[in-house]
Design a protein around this ligand. Structure first.
Ligand code: NAP
Length: 553
């Protein structure tokens, strides 16, 4: 096939450009891999365009020490193939990055998917061609054009890393990098003086992992973050056999819980129980594996200030028990938000790291970072020398990856302009004025706010079935209506009103101090808070009603 679109003279009404591909899938991560599998199975002419030299998305890039799931591994794997479930052995309850990447490669190879993937193909722009009902995609670097009828994005929620806006960032003579770009050949840390900026889920994994391996570790914390033990462990052959036998049951439980995990919320009612009964639950949850502490907790923790405050104080006491120096412990206890209203980082040896002589906590809310120097970092109080600076400073979440592609829809409208003040979508799957584009885990999608692969399978299945409907009917264009998009966006916004998370400075609310316009003060309604079961039901209803809210032509 040639690189430019083919002209089909036979098209009724004159000359119409036929696209090279029926579908382009953007991204070869967890979402893109399953999406291309579904399309290949249907015999559709489709390709994946991936910016990286390899597949895996998040698990290709994030190679920092300590990177691992905080979903139970066996709930993170794909559920679509019994054979795959039977063949793969998860070795740890919360599997680490190298193994996760191996898994995704295993899946791609097992189903022979690599030949449908084009790597090193970072998309520069996507432009809707209204005359021909096709998308024109330009690849960065060689300027190659790829055309397609439909685009399905699997861009990732957290794939646009952000660095602080500090003077002197390029002056530092040692090694420095964002955790997302941790050097693939590894970094020699033994005996080194390491500075790390950030105390989000990423930093908390790194710190717990490297504290006993580096010479000196200095942690620059702007705001403390609530974290709780991950409690990882190995999965024996016998346990894995049991998991295999229970897969149907496991996925059924995941499907009925709001977060897509095995963890089901406690619905007994916070105020129906005595303080002793509440503490009894919390004692059983603190230290039990994974998100249990967050997602098996009382529902009120998420919506009621008083309930949240009582539980937060319980966790604060745990931090005080684990950190030797009371002054350091107090600094590690968040004061600006309660437990669980930001995404909870799961940790291994995080708090114990601060009991080591070679680990120092610097509170940059008191003494802000002022610049990067040739030899390290300078705060308003003093200068620090480092061999390595690690930026664990987060991501321009969810819409960031879209904003980094020049996406032009009907009448030359840019998606970045449309979403400047925050996203609006229909079902988190489509955007009016950007026809023939489906988003897997886009903003406001229920697929984005659950245990990722569980949500992704929902998104991919719905997108694929919708495309099958389009092909069956012989349509070449679809577009969400203005009304349907406005209704959904209002619905998503309304759900934030009951959630304490609306008050948090977190990526759930579109906060990121490193991105202009995303500083604190304005909520961006990024995630659907209705939970997976309601989202799945809504998608099914829309499909059942001949995709109401979407115009076809
Ligand atoms: P993050 O939660 O956004 O944390 C970024 C950290 O960097 C925060 O502590 C932030 O401080 C700090 N920071 C950012 N810019 C700064 C600046 N200019 N100066 C000083 N400090 C700055 O990012 P993340 O830790 O990478 O985690 C993002 C998400 O990725 C998580 O919520 C999670 O969903 C996902 N994740 C998942 C896993 C897993 O599955 N196991 C592991 C890691 C991450 P402030 O709080 O003051 O802004």
């Amino acid at each position: 096939m040639s690189d430019t679109a083919v002209l089909d003279q036979a098209e009724a009404g004159g000359t119409r450009t036929q696209p090279q591909y029926e579908v382009v899938v953007v991204g070869a991560g967890v979402a893109g891999i399953y999406q291309i599998k579904r399309l290949v199975d249907l015999g559709i002419e489709a390709t994946v365009l991936e910016a990286a030299p390899g597949l895996g998305g998040t698990w290709y890039w994030n190679r920092y020490p300590g990177a691992r799931f905080d979903s139970e591994s066996y709930t993170y794997g794909y559920s679509f193939s019994r054979e795959l479930l039977d063949e793969w052995h998860w070795k740890e309850r919360f599997s680490s990055q190298p193994e996760n990447l191996k898994y995704l490669e295993f899946v791609a190879d097992k189903f022979d998917l690599r030949r449908h993937m084009q790597f090193d193909s970072k998309i520069e722009s996507m432009t809707w061609d209204e005359a021909n009902n096709i998308w024109r995609v330009i690849i960065e670097g060689d300027g190659r054009e790829v055309t397609c009828r439909f685009i399905v994005t699997g861009l990732g929620l957290l794939s646009a890393p952000t660095l602080p806006r500090l003077p002197g960032m390029d002056r530092f003579q040692g090694e420095s990098f964002h955790t997302h770009f941790w050097p693939h050949e590894g970094v020699e840390l033994a005996g080194k003086k390491v500075g790390i900026i950030g105390t989000g889920a990423t930093a908390i994994q790194v710190i717990g992992e490297i504290a006993d391996k580096v010479g000196q570790l200095t942690v620059f914390q702007r705001r403390a973050n609530w974290a709780a033990p991950l409690s990882n462990g190995e999965i024996s052959d016998e346990e894995m056999a049991d998991i295999r036998a229970r897969y149907d049951e496991i996925f059924e439980i995941c499907a009925r819980t709001p977060g897509g995990f095995e963890h089901e919320p406690d619905r007994r009612g916070f105020y129906n129980l005595t303080r002793e009964e509440r503490v009894e639950l919390w004692d059983s949850l603190y230290g039990s594996p994974g998100f249990a502490i967050w997602l098996r907790n009382f529902v009120e923790i998420f919506i009621d200030d008083e309930a949240n405050a009582e539980f937060s104080e319980y966790v604060a006491d745990k931090i005080r028990e684990r950190v030797d120096d009371p002054a350091v412990a107090e600094k590690l206890i968040p004061t600006d938000h309660g437990f669980g209203i930001q995404r909870v980082p799961m940790e291994t040896n995080y708090y114990e790291a601060y009991n080591r002589d070679n680990v120092e906590l610097v509170d940059i809310s008191e003494t802000p970072l002022e610049e990067v120097t040739e030899t390290g970092l300078r705060t308003s109080d003093k200068e620090f020398e480092f061999d390595v600076i690690v930026y664990a400073t987060g991501f321009d979440a969810i819409t960031g990856a879209f904003d980094r592609i020049d996406i032009t829809g009907v009448d030359g409208e840019k998606l970045a302009d449309r979403w400047k003040e925050g996203p609006s979508t229909y079902l988190g799957m489509t955007v009016h004025g950007f026809p023939n584009m489906l988003m897997l885990a886009g903003p406001q999608s229920g697929s984005a706010s659950t245990n990722f692969p569980r949500g992704i399978e929902t998104g991919v299945d719905w997108a694929t079935e919708m495309l099958e409907y389009v092909w069956e009917k012989g349509y070449t264009r679809f577009d969400a209506t203005v009304e349907a998009e406005a209704d959904w966006t209002r619905h998503v916004e309304k759900m934030y009103s009951s959630m304490l998370m609306r008050k948090a400075k977190s990526w759930f609310t579109g906060y990121n101090s490193n991105v202009e316009g995303h500083e604190a003060g304005k909520i961006r309604y990024y995630v659907y808070n209705g939970g997976a079961p309601k989202f799945v039901a809504r998608l099914a209803d829309v499909a059942q009603a001949d995709y109401e809210g979407i115009d076809f032509a």
